[in-house]
Structures are given as structure tokens and as C-alpha cells.
Ligand binder design. Structure first.
Ligand SMILES: NC(=O)c1ccc[n+]([C@@H]2O[C@H](COP(=O)([O-])OP(=O)(O)OC[C@H]3O[C@@H](n4cnc5c(N)ncnc54)[C@H](OP(=O)(O)O)[C@@H]3O)[C@@H](O)[C@H]2O)c1
Length: 266
């Protein structure tokens, strides 16, 4: 099997490293196309001998093409790629907001899988939502899921619209977590901790809380009840959050992210 990754940026590099480290494919059979010489050279130095800076006949030999360039770059790139595609070629797109119909209209390919990964894929702890056109076989879908699972976990959705919500929840999600962490770190510094101390206190709190939640199957509300004793400090903080409708406002933010994902898709 031969796979071509188009776009050797954050995600393209993550996929190339992850697929080969997990022995899902050899470096020899993993082709990479990135238009800048610098990145092509980088991949060659990493042992990916089939690293290209331009489209060519080799593209027709590919069993799977992965589109990992930015949606705005794709608009210019579609007509360049089109003449080098073979009929019924299998394509996986991870471009945010680009629908399967959009791919079909621009590349005349119907055998398309669309996925939405997130940043922790870089360390094998990502979550990817994906969907597929009816023309993709079960075997191909499992093959692609095996590839995605080298970067973490994945969930298949029958309904493509769900991918907009995946974008709003887990795609953008790491930024929400960092936002919350940042606000805690900043307040910790105001309380007199050094930057290093504040970061350690907050990072280890997040890490510990998430691991605890993963190991013991209690709900968030049950875990909150274990920390927040009556009349204590946590209760005061939570009451303040409730007073300012923090939960509702987080929901509003996420819903606006969903709205934006839909707009970008159109
Ligand atoms: N990063 C994430 O967390 C994340 C999550 C979900 C989905 N995605 C999606 O994944 C895609 C890639 O994101 P990214 O963060 O990896 O972006 P990125 O780091 O900017 O990578 C894009 C790569 O594509 C290359 N490129 C652009 N136009 C090209 C062309 N015509 N031919 C060949 N290569 C070309 C760029 O090369 P140069 O830098 O040399 O110009 C760059 O290396 C996007 O569509 C994004 O929506 C990203």
C-alpha cells in the first residue's frame, strides 16, 4: 500500500511520524508532497525518500491520498492536482470546514473520507471524528481508522454534519483548556506565586484531575462533590462561577464555534 500526504505542516508531519512509528506503513511507501524545498529536504533527512515538492505521475500510484493543507491553499491547489488523479482514487481530507461535496466538486472524487483531528494527535493522545462517503468500502474505512488510531482515538459518524460539532468541541477544545489554565495561572501569579510555581500548580492539577476522571468512572458532578465540602473554599468559588453564569457562557462560546464551523463549510 502507498500513501501520499499532501501538506507537511503540523498535521502532515504528525501523521507521517505516527503512521511509520506504529509500523502501519514503511517510510518507503509513505510519500509526502510539500511545495517548499526546505520541508521536502527535512522529510528526506528523516528518512522519507519519497518526498516531493511538485505534483507528478507518482500520484496515480497512490492507494490513499491525505489532504493536509489549509482550506484556503486548497482552492488554488485543486486545479493543479486534478490532472494527476486517477478515477475513483481514495482520499482522506482533514481540512477544517471542507465538506465531502466540496472535494467532489473540485476534484471529481467521490470515494472520500473526512476527518477532524485535534492537536494532541502529536503525542498519540488525539481524538478524531470522521465520516465517509457511501462509495468507501468497509475494508478501506477500517484501514483509515487504523491509521487515525495511531494518533489517539477516533469516532465514526454517519452524519457529516456532526463533524462541525466535533470541530467546535474537540477540534478547538485544547484551546479552551489552555484558556482556563491560563486564567488560573494568571490568578496564581497575582496571589504571589512565581511563574514556574503557578504553572506547576495548575498543570499538575489538570493532569491529576483528568487522570482521576479517566480511571474511576464517576461523573464530573460526583467528582466536584468530592472536592467541594459544605461551607468550604471550593464551594465559594463554584458559587461565584454560577453567579456569573460561567457554565452557560462556556456553552455560548462553544455554540458560536459550531456556528462558525458551519459558516466555513458553506
Ligand atoms: N493543526 C490542527 O490542530 C488541526 C486540527 C484539525 C484539522 N486541521 C487541518 O489540517 C490541515 C493542516 O493544518 P496544519 O495545522 O498542519 O497546517 P500547516 O502547519 O500550515 O501545514 C500545511 C502545510 O501545507 C503546505 N502547503 C500549502 N500549500 C501547499 C501546496 N499547494 N502544495 C503542497 N504543500 C502545500 C504548507 O507548506 P509551507 O509551510 O511550506 O507553505 C504547510 O507545510 C488544515 O486544513 C487544518 O484545517 C488542523
Amino acid at each position: 500500500m502507498k500513501i501520499l500526504i499532501i501538506g507537511g505542516g503540523n498535521m502532515g508531519k504528525t501523521y507521517a511520524d505516527s503512521f511509520t512509528a506504529n509500523k502501519t506503513i514503511t517510510k518507503e511507501n509513505l510519500y509526502i508532497l510539500n511545495h517548499s524545498q526546505e520541508k521536502a529536504d527535512y522529510f528526506k533527512m528523516q528518512g522519507f525518500q519519497n518526498s516531493f515538492i511538485a505534483v507528478g505521475d507518482y500520484i496515480r500510484e497512490m492507494d490513499l491520498i491525505i489532504l493536509a493543507i489549509k482550506p484556503q491553499d486548497a482552492k488554488v491547489f485543486y486545479p493543479v492536482l486534478l490532472p494527476f488523479l486517477k478515477e475513483k482514487q481514495l482520499l482522506l481530507s482533514i481540512m477544517a470546514g471542507v465538506t465531502m461535496q466540496g472535494i467532489e466538486e473540485n476534484l471529481s472524487l467521490v470515494r472520500v473520507v473526512r476527518a477532524m483531528p485535534n492537536l494532541p494527535t502529536q503525542i498519540g493522545m488525539g481524538i478524531t471524528g470522521f465520516t465517509a462517503a457511501a462509495q468507501v468500502t468497509r475494508e478501506e474505512l477500517f484501514m483509515i481508522q487504523n491509521l487515525l488510531n495511531t494518533t489517539g482515538k477516533s469516532i465514526y459518524f454517519e452524519d457529516e454534519n456532526k463533524l462541525d460539532a466535533v470541530t467546535a468541541i474537540s477540534g478547538s477544545g485544547p484551546a479552551y483548556v489552555y484558556y482556563f489554565m491560563e486564567s488560573m495561572i494568571s490568578t496564581a501569579k497575582d496571589m504571589g506565586f512565581s511563574a514556574a510555581e503557578a504553572e506547576l500548580l495548575v498543570e499538575q492539577t489538570f493532569m491529576g484531575a483528568v487522570h482521576l476522571k479517566n480511571i474511576h468512572q464517576l461523573s464530573c458532578a460526583e467528582w466536584i462533590a468530592k472536592v467541594a465540602s459544605k461551607g468550604g473554599t471550593t464551594e465559594v468559588a463554584l458559587k461565584t462561577f454560577a453567579q456569573f453564569e460561567v457554565k452557560g457562557n462556556i456553552g455560548k462560546g462553544l455554540n458560536n464555534a459550531l456556528k462558525r464551523a458551519k459558516e466555513l463549510g458553506n
